[in-house]
Design a protein around this ligand. Structure first.
Ligand code: EAX
Length: 326
């Protein structure tokens, strides 16, 4: 009888051992973002997922929740903090409320070009900001891109700050942006992105500002007549990972996530830039009236008091280090 028991035990141990040796079922990660799957965020997250699957031999799969299905960007970042969302592709818009060091990147007319922005964000200045995330309960894997933002409204063509004065414009939930719009004499109305379309439809706000790919993806031409190609601020994006995922990874796996996020960020940038280059024609076809001869110098002049405030807040040396970075 003892022998039978021993044999059974051995058999059980053998089965258990075999089970443990089997490759574990893929772990599914939830990824959220505010735009359709065809947008730069969708393209970026897809590229990240493919690279992660390749590097890890399929250990992780990514289930995507486009178009605010997991809430607005602030809510998704909160979700990453508490572990209800695993991956978030988000504009920097609400991120400064969690990691104040990101706010310096939201200053209007700070970045001169995509190349300039990429050089700063992918260099030591950008890395130093990413390094701040863990102490705020978040992991930032890479800088992605939302793009240069442009003003739209339902009232009138805008070329100069005088044209913009008095318009009620939705801004992101971002102090740096709100300061800028207040300074321009615009009535800034901070609002989460998922509420924006209805707010414009109902006339609660006159307009908003976003990169061309966002204006296209969110179908804003249905509720906005005038587009001003103001490119008044570069809007970085971030690929954020929940610490609840990160803290379980070994060093090799952490490397895979970073590498995959960099591939995602690269694809995101390419799509955002393609949309910016090609999307204006499409918006015209959709009926928007487009102003391209914007008086940028007048906007920069009108923003002087805001720049003085940023200098007090961030330090002129820090701002200049970004402005003059090459
Ligand atoms: O990230 O809130 C915004 O205007 C963002 O630019 C948009 O959700 C894309």
């Amino acid at each position: 009888e003892l022998k039978t028991l021993a044999r059974r035990l051995a058999g059980t141990v053998a089965v258990l051992t075999a089970l443990l040796a089997l490759p574990a079922a893929a772990e599914e990660l939830k990824a959220g973002y505010s735009l359709p799957a065809t947008s730069h965020y969708g393209v970026g997250v897809t590229a990240m997922a493919e690279e992660l699957a390749k590097l890890s031999s399929g250990k992780w799969t990514v289930k995507q929740f486009p178009a605010n299905a997991l809430g607005g960007e602030r809510e998704m970042v909160e979700g990453a903090q508490i572990g209800t969302v695993d991956i978030v592709a988000t504009s920097s818009g609400p991120v400064g409320n969690f990691v104040p060091d990101t706010l310096i990147t939201d200053i209007p007319f700070l970045f001169k070009s995509y190349e300039h922005a990429h050089a700063v964000l992918d260099g030591p200045i950008g890395q130093a900001i990413l390094d701040q995330f863990p102490k705020h309960g978040l992991i930032a894997l890479a800088w992605g891109e939302n793009g240069f933002r442009n003003l739209t409204n339902a009232k009138r063509p805008v070329r100069t700050p005088a044209d913009a004065k008095g318009l009620k414009i939705r801004t992101m939930e971002n102090q740096v942006h709100m300061t800028a719009f207040k300074t321009l004499g615009v009535l800034p109305t901070p609002m989460a992105f998922p509420e924006l379309f209805t707010a414009m439809q109902q006339g609660t706000v006159d307009g908003q500002e976003n990169p061309i790919g966002v204006i296209l993806g969110a179908k804003f031409s249905q509720v906005q007549k005038y587009l001003t190609v103001s490119q008044h601020v570069y809007s970085p994006a971030l690929i954020i990972l929940s610490p609840s995922v990160w803290n379980k990874l070994n060093d090799q796996e952490k490397g895979w996530f970073k590498q995959a996020a960099l591939a995602g960020a690269k694809a995101m940038r390419k799509k955002a830039e393609d949309d910016a280059a090609n999307g204006i024609e499409e918006l015209k076809r959709q009926g928007m009236e487009v102003v391209t001869d914007v008086d940028v110098a007048a906007f920069q002049e009108a923003l002087k008091p805001a720049y003085a405030e940023y200098a007090r807040k961030f330090g002129q040396d820090k701002i200049d280090a970004i402005r003059n970075y090459r």
